[in-house]
Ligand binder design. Structure first.
Ligand code: MF3
Ligand code: CO
Ligand code: CO
Length: 275
């Protein structure tokens, strides 16, 4: 049996192991603001993601814009992580650490931001194409975005978490891509990572039932090659074992009476490249 609890904002920050929180109107309003800021930060990065820029420079922009908006980058100091975003280039699956490495023509890069605004977390990531990108890589990016949106289509009351995973897996595997199993989407709100886990593979009708008030991310990571990954010595950077390209998109959403609300949609319509 899965357990659910209706929470007020005062209770939303409490850890309750495995219990799925059902948020009210105030929680949705908090997420709307945090999610919008997260999306605006990614929108603002667009002109800066060009050949020659370092990922540290992008991280500086994210940190400054977050702080200026009265928010805090939730990743800063999170489990020892010392940056304001993750920058995952080419065969990096996720959690790439910003550095003095320069982006080069033909790279694909995921930038993942999580501003915490008034206690609420807006968690979102998009792929960016650096200069002229090969068709094979662009196709991966397009299909990965489609996977996210097909997953979101399944996010409605009465459906199950497994319906989301199934939709994502079916679409990715139709293109002979591998779906990463090592990382998943997650509940969030006043906590950065909360129950339930949103696995990006699955069988229809399995897993926790979706109910109005649930807030979580969907963030499929899709590889051109096999699904397997490994984490590098730095303890963060996850890469594909076969060094094939990997892509990811992430939205934070809330289940409503009729479907879901996407909190992190781009105000500029920059949801997927080309921007
Ligand atoms: N934003 C990531 C997620 O989607 C988490 C990054 S944690 C970090 O859940 F410490 F690596 F930044
Ligand atoms: Co996330
Ligand atoms: Co994220």
């Amino acid at each position: 049996m899965d357990h659910y609890v209706e929470v007020t904002p005062a209770e939303a920050g409490l850890t309750r192991d495995g219990v799925i929180k059902l948020h009210g109107a105030e929680g949705f309003e908090g997420m709307r603001k945090a999610g919008r800021l997260a999306a605006e930060i990614l929108d603002a990065l667009v002109p800066h993601v060009v050949p020659g820029v370092t990922t540290e420079e992008l991280d500086d922009i994210v940190r400054q814009m977050t702080l200026r908006a009265g928010a805090v980058p939730a990743t800063l100091g999170y489990r020892g992580y010392t940056h304001s975003c993750c920058t995952s280039i080419n065969h990096v699956i996720c959690h790439g650490i910003p550095s003095d490495k320069r982006l080069k023509d033909g790279d694909i890069v995921n930038i993942d931001v999580t501003p915490m605004l008034d206690g609420w977390h807006g968690d979102t990531s998009r792929m960016f194409l650096v200069g002229d990108v090969p068709v094979k890589a662009k196709r991966l990016v397009d299909v990965t975005y489609e996977c996210l949106m097909l997953g979101i289509e399944q996010a409605k009351p009465g459906n199950h978490v497994g319906d989301i995973g199934h939709a994502i897996q079916a679409h990715a595997e139709k293109h002979r891509y591998g779906v990463v199993r090592d990382f998943c989407g997650h509940g969030l709100g006043q906590l950065f990572h909360d129950a339930p886990e949103i696995v990006h593979v699955g069988r229809p009708g399995t897993g926790p039932e979706l109910r109005p008030g649930m807030i979580f991310t969907i963030e499929p990571m899709i590889n051109i090659g096999k699904a397997a990954g490994k984490v590098l010595e730095d303890g963060w950077t996850a890469v594909t074992r076969d060094r094939s390209l990997s892509a990811q998109f992430e939205h934070s959403i809330g289940i409503t009476e009729t479907g879901c609300e996407i909190f992190t949609a781009s105000p500029k319509g920059f949801d997927k490249p080309p921007y």
